[in-house]
Write a protein that binds this ligand. Structure first.
Ligand code: AMP
Ligand code: MG
Length: 543
């Protein structure tokens, strides 16, 4: 019988060198970009969420999505002929230290879908990868499984990110497998069985900074060159010159692009208050996508020092306000890794220095949009007055516990006619944005009024009406984000067999900028009960 499913092509494996060893045992894998390994069969395959919209773009029909063939595919039980599942080999710096070989310890790639032609000659592919599909040669001492809780977090967050308009890997499905594993969720010695699940995720490329770093660290220039050239050919084809010759100058352009995309990505995270939590170089995508949703979190009260990752609580290396710098630190490691192909430090150093300027410029443009400030598009210089206004707002938001998401939506409805000297008017306009009303002293209101005064002056220099400004601001300031307590509530229900909240969140996060009457209960600040609850403000890293 012919398959209902679209064909997966073995593009990655046909173009990069394989590990010749086929046994599924943990080992050091040299001179190879991946190891062949099949997913571990599961007890059953119960689909909790399926992303039909994404599935259609990959070539799935409705009939295919209803089929057992499909549900078995996304749990790794349906190994089609010609499929050559593989785990990728990469290294990485973890928390600032070189960790050597890491690799896909629990992710198995099934192959590539050819996407519909975009009118150009370049073929575009999307890789289908199963996260939590069992042990691989890179599992080290871990079990290769993902628990339901972390899989729900990945499914919902990657889709939230996508619909917010931020580059990200996507989630095709979330499937319960019937397997269970023991996890010490709170790191308090109370380990317990938890249900396992698989997220089938999709991206044009799962290559990471660490995919370049590992061959470089081993002096394997052949594999280093092959990997970077694969990335250029598949993900940056516009960089290939007419001659088709990929030389040093193309490598440098590629690095420029990776720097640019990384800066863009982090600016976008700052826009919506996303904190990745584990920005190790193995979790940095070479195409600038958000990848590997672990102990991430979303900002409730604006706090540049916040990290959701409890295992980083002491240093807070990956805190909200340090993500831009970490982006540069990680790019520095990537630059070091390609140095053997460039053989000159200056151009790499210059690009790394540029990152600061590129980031600052993008950040200011993003903040101007958040504040509804019209800016000259072509201007390559920074508007110092706007920059100061934005920085001052961050200070005002940090003075008291202010909900970042609610604040920007309320700023959008702030009328230029408001008499800011009347503190009661200010308080009533912004009151739902504050976490602790006792913090809202006359002194604080004075600071807020002072800033709003400057904001009004700035707004008076542009022609748009309050209504037009509100519409523009509401297009970049989401009404709904994936609040930590909301995903945790959905997880707790799902662990009791009720998946309805997961589905509701998946649905409402499809239109995050638009207020939806039926979802009003979700555009609220973190409630008091969630302040110190596991999963709601601080998260464990165990996944
Ligand atoms: P992460 O911090 O999730 O990016 O993971 C770091 C490394 O640990 C990667 O190489 C993962 O593949 C691996 N890893 C994490 N969890 C597991 C697991 N349960 N089984 C096998 N490998 C894992
Ligand atoms: Mg990872």
């Amino acid at each position: 019988m012919s398959s209902l499913l679209p064909t997966l092509h073995p593009v990655f494996v046909s173009q990069l060198p394989a590990d010749p060893e086929l046994s599924n045992t943990c080992r050091s894998v040299e001179h190879a970009a991946y190891s062949y390994v099949p997913p571990t069969p599961t007890k059953f395959s119960k689909i909790i969420c399926c992303n039909n919209e994404l599935a259609y773009t990959l070539g799935f029909s409705n009939a295919a999505l209803q089929s057992t063939e499909f549900s078995e595919l996304i749990s790794g039980n349906n190994l089609l002929s010609k499929m050559q599942p593989y785990a990728m080999n990469y290294g990485g710096h973890q928390f600032g230290q070189w960790a050597g070989q890491l690799g896909d310890g629990r992710a198995i790639n099934l192959g590539q879908y050819l996407l519909p032609s975009n009118g150009t000659e370049t073929k575009e592919y999307a890789t289908l990868q199963l996260k939590g599909a069992g042990q691989t040669p890179y599992s080290r001492r871990a079990d290769g499984m993902a628990v339901l809780r972390s899989s729900i977090r990945e499914y919902l967050c990657s889709e939230a990110m996508y619909h917010l308009g931020i580059p990200t890997t996507r989630a095709l499905s979330l499937t319960l497998t019937g397997e269970e594993v023991v996890r010490d969720k709170l790191y308090d010695g109370r380990a317990a069985y938890e249900p396992c699940a698989i997220v089938a995720r999709v991206s044009p490329s799962f290559l990471r900074f660490g995919s370049i770093q590992l061959p470089s660290s081993r002096g394997d220039l052949g594999l280093l060159k092959q990997t970077i050239e694969y990335s250029i050919t598949h993900d940056y084809p516009a960089l290939i010159p007419e001659s088709g010759v990929i030389d040093k100058s193309v490598y440098l352009q590629w690095f420029t692009e990776v720097c640019e995309r990384t800066a863009h990505l982090i600016v976008e995270w700052m826009r919506v208050g996303f904190v990745h939590g584990v920005l190790n170089t193995d979790n940095m995508s070479l195409i600038g996508e958000t990848i590997d949703f672990g102990p991430y979190g979303w900002i409730d009260n604006f706090d540049l020092n916040w990290t959701p990752n409890t295992s980083d609580a002491a240093e807070k290396r990956y805190r909200f306000g340090q993500q831009a710098y970490i982006g540069q630190w990680n790019l520095f490691q990537l630059g070091n890794a390609i140095y053997p192909l460039i053989e000159e430090a200056e151009p790499l150093q210059a690009l790394l220095n540029d990152y600061n300027h590129v980031y600052q410029k993008k950040w200011l443009t993003m903040m101007q949009a958040k504040l509804g400030l019209e800016a000259k598009r072509e201007d390559s210089t920074m508007d110092e007055t706007d920059l100061l206004l934005c920085k001052e707002l961050e200070k005002v938001m940090s003075l008291v516990n202010t909900d970042m998401t609610l604040f920007y939506r309320h700023l959008a409805t702030f009328s230029q006619q408001t008499n800011i000297t009347d503190h009661t008017v200010l308080l009533s306009h912004f009151t739902t944005c504050f976490y602790q009303l006792e913090e809202i002293t006359p002194e604080y209101l004075e600071q807020l009024a002072k800033w709003l005064g400057k904001y009004k002056t700035r707004l008076s220099k542009q022609k748009n009406t309050d209504e037009q400004r509100k519409d523009a601001m509401n297009k970049v300031n989401p009404c709904y984000i994936l609040r930590n307590f909301q995903v945790q509530e959905a997880i707790e229900l799902a662990e009791q067999g009720d998946y309805s909240r997961v589905l509701t969140l998946a649905e409402l996060l499809k239109t995050p900028y638009q207020e939806q009457q039926q979802y009003q209960q979700f555009s609220v600040k973190r409630p008091n009960w969630a302040t110190n609850k596991f999963g709601c403000s601080a998260l464990s890293c165990s996944s």
